[in-house]
Write a protein that binds this ligand. Structure first.
Ligand SMILES: NC(=O)C1=CN([C@@H]2O[C@H](COP(=O)(O)OP(=O)(O)OC[C@H]3O[C@@H](n4cnc5c(N)ncnc54)[C@H](OP(=O)(O)O)[C@@H]3O)[C@@H](O)[C@H]2O)C=CC1
Ligand SMILES: CC[C@](O)(C(C)=O)C(=O)O
Ligand SMILES: [Mg+2]
Ligand SMILES: [Mg+2]
Length: 337
């Protein structure tokens, strides 16, 4: 294997237990990191703006909440888990003035460092611990004694021990139970953006919606189309997750496997692959980052329009009705696990 993978025995939890950690932001990732670090015996404080709607959630969980500036001033390790688009302003206003030699600045995703939106001083460690999964699952896995694999990277090693500290942090959130892979900010940022745009979120959502549209426009019942194009996807992906595409093909019928092999490449054809390469090029050149930052600064008009269109897609109404009848499916997302 060409990558370096680290497990619990490779990481010293004592390193992060000996520091005060400020987790800035208490959303999907923030709540998971903060609660799991606390449960791992780490001294954690939360940084949130005065009017933040996340404040009561963090306080209800027994965490001490300060403003981002106060939390950054107190802490030795500052983990930024605010939205990527908020990080540049947050850093300039609340974090940069409270950095000092010997402190460490941590990220859960490399966007702001990769695209030079944040430029930390040379005398602090800059590292990343990026779980490869949604925050609520990161917390749920930790509570269940398991973990979500993490990417760990060091951009700046002022102390000479930045990687060991990042690995210790990864252990504190359960990441080294599953494996922490050493990477760079550039590799994490570019692959994460590509994965979520082309495959995991963008590609998968468009595939499901389009399949549903083709069936319902041809007159089939929306409920049947929902089961075929969305519900069963999880069951198929679970098989891939457990044993690769080969395990899925072993488990489905020969008829399904022949349809997969003969028709799949017609759906995801060379035009789609070319488009994926174009999307990767936009990520590598910084074009996507510039577009997203400008969209955010303009008040997110396209984001709001596309989000509303997605929520109004007929598959959502059908899914809501069907999931109400499947008590085992609708596991609520909570801020604890
Ligand atoms: N979602 C995920 O699972 C993953 C996210 N990441 C990365 O983790 C980081 C956080 O993302 P995510 O957890 O999705 O974020 P969320 O949108 O879920 O949560 C953001 C949190 O930050 C708070 N916040 C908003 N603005 C500020 C500010 N100016 N100062 C301090 N806090 C602020 C929000 O408070 P309020 O409630 O008031 O809005 C909220 O508590 C990003 O870098 C993201 O790329 C990485 C891997 C997976
Ligand atoms: C797949 C989306 C993700 O990259 C993640 C959960 O890892 C994100 O940015 O939320
Ligand atoms: Mg990701
Ligand atoms: Mg991402």
């Amino acid at each position: 294997m060409s990558v370096e993978v680290y497990y619990d025995d490779d990481a010293d939890l004592g390193l992060i237990q000996g520091r005060k950690v400020a987790v800035i932001g208490y959303g999907s990732q923030g709540h998971a990191h903060a609660l799991s670090l606390r449960d791992s015996g780490v001294d954690v404080v939360i940084g949130l703006p005065a009017g933040s709607k996340s404040r009561p959630k963090a306080e209800e969980q027994g965490l001490r909440v300060l403003t981002p500036a106060e939390a950054a001033a107190e802490a030795d390790v500052i983990m930024i888990l605010a939205p990527d688009t908020a990080q540049r302003g947050l850093y300039a206003e609340a974090i940069a003035p409270n950095l000092a030699p010997g402190k460490a600045l941590f990220f859960g995703h490399g966007f702001n460092i990769r695209y030079d939106l944040i430029k930390p001083p040379a005398d602090v460690d800059v590292a990343m611990v990026a779980p490869k999964g949604p925050g609520h699952l990161v917390r749920r896995q930790y509570v269940d004694g398991k973990g979500v694999p993490c990417l760990v990277a060091v951009e700046q090693d002022a102390s000479g021990t930045a990687f060991q500290l990042a690995l210790s942090y990864a252990k504190g959130i359960g990441g080294t139970r599953a494996g922490a892979i050493r990477t760079t900010f550039t590799e994490e940022t570019e692959t994460d953006l590509f994965g979520e745009q082309a495959v995991l979120c963008g590609g998968a959502a468009a595939l499901v919606q389009t399949g549903f549209e083709v069936l319902t426009e041809a007159g089939y019942a929306p409920e049947v189309a929902y089961f075929e194009c969305l519900h069963e996807l999880k069951l198929i992906v679970d098989l891939m997750y457990e044993g690769g595409i080969a395990r899925m093909r072993y488990s489905v019928s020969d008829t399904a496997e022949y349809g997969d092999l003969s028709r799949g490449p017609r759906v995801i054809d060379s035009r789609v692959k070319d488009e994926m390469r174009k999307i990767l090029g936009e990520i590598q050149s910084g074009e996507f980052a510039r577009e997203w930052v400008a969209e955010d600064e303009a008040g997110r008009p396209n984001f709001a329009k596309w989000r509303a269109e997605g929520a109004a897609h007929p598959i959502e109404e059908t899914g809501q009705k069907l999931r109400a009848m499947m008590s085992w499916v609708d596991r609520p997302i909570t801020e604890t696990a």
